[in-house]
Design a protein around this ligand. Sequence first.
Ligand SMILES: [Zn+2]
Length: 127
Amino acid sequence: MFCKNCGAEIMDEAVMCPKCGVMTDGTKAEPPKQETPVPQSYPFNVIALIGFIFSFLYPIPGLICSIIGRKESQKLGGNGEAFAKAGLIISIVELSISVLAVISVCVLSVVYVAIMIAMIGSTGAPM
Ligand SMILES: [Zn+2]
C-alpha cells in the first residue's frame, strides 16, 4: 500500500509510514519523544576541563581552551570555573618554564661559545 500522507510505498502490515511518520490509518503519529532536550551549551563545562588537561601537555592550546572555558563558565553560572582557572595558571606556568628553558639554552650556548673563544685565545693559537 501507499502512505496517505506522502505517497511512499510501505508494507501492508505497517502501522506507521517510515518516511513521514503518519499512521497508515491517517492519524498523525506522535513524534518520538526526546529523552533529553538538546542544551544550547554543555551542562558541564567540557572546554574548561579540556583546557585543564591540555595545560599539562600542550600549554598553548591549554591556555586557549582555558580562556574559552572561563568565558563559558560565566555563561554556565560558574560551572567549571575552577578547572578553567587551574588550566590557565598551569598553562602560564608551563609556558614561562618553556620560555625560560629556551632563554637559558640560548644564554648557555652564548656563554659556551664565549668560553671556547676565550680558551682558544688564551692558548695562544695563531690568529
Ligand atoms: Zn508517509
